[in-house]
Structures are given as structure tokens and as C-alpha cells.
Design a protein around this ligand. Structure first.
Ligand code: HAM
Length: 418
């Protein structure tokens, strides 16, 4: 039976068309350049991982509990499309023996992530991250370093009006006692909290601080702040990180309610927003220290810090703030194969490709129509071949800007295109 409707893309995912790519390419290039300038090397990890690995990120994390793309493969393995890269990068660090070399290991990754969230602008089910991780050091200098990389990448992508929010959420030593204080504070208010927050109160009280529910907002102000209850090493690290960020000339605000949506963080957490934005949907990049993740994955305890930035959102902000990238023409040269000159045209194209990008127009159209297409493609030159000229290995070369046209032997064409 013939299908009546053409098959469209899956909800929440999108195509990046050639016209979209120049902005993307500019920010991808900035990402790789900035990361490499700081001594970070590229790593690629698989998009599919064992569900258990992803669950170690935190079972009470939305990206894991509600938004995970999970499936069974034909061998009955329980797999997931990665919702973020950190868990996989930490796995690869150990599996690939990177833990055996000099520490810390500085890595960056660019690739697609998947979350089954409600799609809207800036939130997609397949989206792309720059992920930056420094694994194998507890030094607060690395917390500041990854923040500087994030800021550098966003600046180089043309986004200079940024707001950086910073907090510390302590560690296993000081956080348990703080969480008790937080629960003690919220328990008498329980009946006035949103139903979801009531559930979180005992299970994951930290998340009450970044609750989005209007009815929860008034209670935050008087809630105890974790930065007032850090143990000495965490307090020292918190002070140290802030000194380093100040010294790097990066402005930030201390947001005591910033706790992050993933469960693996310890100490430093941060988020970058475009200046003036508020909602969490708008974070351009976010991360923090995660000293407990390696152990949660079953590896030796190893401190680490990193962040991920969302290319989709960065590109949206670039476009909205008028960042312009000159799009290269699809081809510098278009060769027109007139009436059965395919073989000759392909050969001339091969010769021209030594110096320029070249497309061949093989379509059965009039010369005028082919000229219009070449113009639309942005070609700077057109090479025309006729049945009479081809056997003599000559062609007509037209400069599209000046309209000048000359007969040239095939082998001389590259010189003319220089
Ligand atoms: P995250 O906050 O879940 O952190 O995501 C980081 C960034 O990815 C967000 O700030 C946003 O720009 C982008 N992003 C997240 N979800 C979506 C979506 N559905 N559509 C478009 N963009 C999105 C992490 O993923 C951690 N792994 C960061 C990290 C690395 N922490 C330590 N190392």
C-alpha cells in the first residue's frame, strides 16, 4: 500500500542543514582550540553504554530516572544512549589505562547526548555537548581551570555577556550533617511544599534548593546554606577556587541554591548563563567537581572536575546576538558538462581540485540555467566545456565576479584559479 505521508524526523531531534553548519563549525572550532590551548586532548567514547554505568551517575537524577533512552539489544544486554559524557569518560580513563600515566589527565569530547525530556527551544532529545574533564587531581586550581576554559570557549564563540554562578555543595564529610539541618528546616514546612518536593525532602533534600515550583520559593531564603557548614578542607577549597577565579578576572556570583541536577557532584558546582537569563533551561555550560564518581563506577577513588556546554544553546545565542560567520561557497569552481561531456568534465574537475573545491553540473539544463545555479552556489569561477573544445583539452574559464571569459588549456586552469 502506498504511504500517504512522508516520514518525518523523530520528535525532539533535528537536522543541522548546511546553512546551519557555519555557526556550529565556528563554535566547535573554538571549543577544540580552547581545550587544546589548555593542554586537553580529544577523546571519543561510545554513544551506547551499559545502563548500570549511567545509573551510577545518580538514580535520583532526572536525566537517569525519567529521561534515559534505554533499550535491550539483540543479545539481551541492557543498554542506554548516553545522557551525558562524564560517566563514559571516567570509564574510558580507567579502561584505557589513562590512570597509569601522569595525572591529571585532561580530556575533551564533542558529541551527541540523548535525553527524553519535553522538547522546546534550547531543549532537544538529541543535543550536542562539549565535555571537558580533568581527572586525577583534587587541586582546586583545576576547578578554576575548567571554569576558565568554559568562559574562554563562550567568549570565542562570540558570547561575551555571561553570568557565572558558583557554589560548593561540600563532600561526604560535611554534607550529611548539613542535609540533616536542611531536613530539620524543611520538615515543619512539608505540607506547604509542592508534592514532588515533599517526596524529595527525605530522599534528596538538596534538590529542594533548586526547586522550580512557585510554592517552594518563599522558603529558600531562610534555609541553611551549605557554604556556612563546610568542613575545613571543603571550606579551604571553596576559598581557593574563588581566589583563583578572581585572579583569572572572571566575574561570578555565589548562588547558594545552585546544587545541579546530577547526583555525582562534590564541592565546586557552577553554571554559565547568557547575561539576563534566568531559567535553568538557559544554562550554556555547567559542571563541577565529582570526586566520588570513579568509586561509584567501581574503580579506585579518583578526584576529578569538569563541565559540559551545550552547542545547541550556544549556537542559538550566537545567532540571536548577531554573530556572523562567512559561509564558504559550496564550491569555488563549477564545471559545466555540456552535452555528453561527463568524462571530460570529471577530468577537468580533478585537475582543478588540486587548488580549489570543485562541483560538476551534470544536469541536462540550458547553459543559462547552469550559470544561474553556479551563481547561487557562490562559485567564483565556471569552467565550460563543449564537444568541440574537449578533444583539444581546452575549456572556457569564466570569472563570475568580472564576467571575463578566456579559453584556457586544461592544465593551465589551476594557475588561473590561484
Ligand atoms: P548538564 O548540566 O546536565 O551537565 O548539561 C550541560 C549542558 O548541556 C547544559 O548546560 C546545556 O547547555 C546542555 N544541555 C543539557 N540538556 C540539554 C538538552 N536537552 N538540549 C540541549 N542542551 C542541553 C552535564 O551533562 C555534566 N556531564 C557536566 C559535567 C561534566 N560535569 C562534570 N563534568
Amino acid at each position: 500500500m502506498p504511504r500517504s505521508e512522508p516520514i518525518k524526523a523523530v520528535r525532539g531531534v533535528r537536522d543541522l542543514l548546511p546553512r546551519d553548519r557555519p555557526l556550529w563549525r565556528a563554535t566547535e572550532r573554538a571549543a577544540a582550540e580552547v581545550a587544546m590551548r589548555f593542554g586537553y586532548q580529544e577523546i571519543v567514547t561510545p554513544i551506547i553504554e551499559h545502563v548500570e554505568l549511567i545509573e551510577r551517575v545518580g538514580e535520583d537524577t532526572d536525566a537517569v530516572s525519567k529521561e534515559l533512552y534505554r533499550f535491550e539489544d539483540r543479545g539481551g544486554r541492557k543498554l542506554a544512549l548516553r545522557p551525558e559524557a562524564t560517566a563514559g569518560v571516567v570509564r574510558a580513563y580507567f579502561e584505557g589505562g589513562l590512570n597509569q600515566g601522569p595525572q591529571p589527565v585532561r580530556l575533551y569530547l564533542v558529541g551527541p547526548m540523548f535525553r527524553y525530556d519535553r522538547p522546546q527551544k534550547g531543549r532537544y532529545r538529541q543535543f550536542y555537548q562539549l565535555d571537558v574533564e580533568a581527572i586525577g587531581s583534587a587541586s582546586p586550581a583545576l576547578d578554576a581551570e575548567v571554569i576558565e576554559i568554559a568562559a574562554g570557549w563562550l567568549h570565542e564563540s562570540g558570547i561575551s555577556a555571561l553570568s557565572l554562578q558558583l557554589n560548593s555543595i561540600g563532600d561526604d564529610v560535611c554534607r550529611p550533617a548539613y542535609l540533616e539541618r536542611l531536613k530539620d528546616y524543611y520538615r515543619p514546612l512539608k505540607g506547604r511544599l509542592h508534592a514532588d518536593s515533599q517526596l524529595r525532602l527525605e530522599r534528596n533534600p538538596l534538590r529542594l534548593l533548586d526547586s522550580k515550583f512557585a510554592q517552594d520559593q518563599p522558603f529558600k531564603v531562610d534555609a541553611p546554606r551549605i557554604t556556612d557548614h563546610l568542613c575545613e578542607p571543603c571550606a579551604d577549597a571553596w576559598a581557593h577556587v574563588r581566589r583563583l577565579i578572581d585572579a583569572a578576572g572572571i566575574e561570578y556570583v555565589h548562588n547558594p541554591y545552585l546544587v545541579r541536577g546530577l547526583d555525582y557532584y562534590t564541592r565546586t558546582v557552577f553554571e554559565f548563563y547568557p547575561a539576563g537569563a534566568s531559567g535553568q533551561q538557559d544554562a550554556l555550560a555547567a559542571g563541577g567537581r565529582y570526586d566520588g564518581l570513579a568509586e561509584a563506577e567501581g574503580w579506585p577513588s579518583t578526584p576529578a572536575v569538569g563541565f559540559a556546554g551545550g552547542f545547541d544553546r550556544v549556537v542559538d545565542v550566537m545567532a540571536a546576538s548577531g554573530v556572523e560567520v562567512i559561509a564558504a561557497a559550496a564550491a569555488d569552481v563549477v564545471v559545466l558538462a555540456d552535452g555528453g561531456q561527463e568524462i571530460a568534465a570529471a577530468e577537468v574537475a580533478r585537475i582543478c581540485r588540486r587548488v580549489r573545491s570543485v562541483a560538476v553540473d551534470y544536469e541536462a539544463k540550458s547553459l543559462a540555467a547552469k550559470m544561474r545555479s553556479a551563481n547561487k552556489l557562490g562559485a567564483r569561477w565556471v569552467v565550460m566545456l563543449s564537444a568541440e573544445e574537449a578533444p583539444r583539452r581546452v575549456a572556457r574559464l569564466r570569472d563570475m565576479a568580472s564576467g571575463e571569459q578566456a579559453e584556457v588549456s586544461w592544465d593551465e586552469v589551476p594557475e588561473r584559479l590561484a
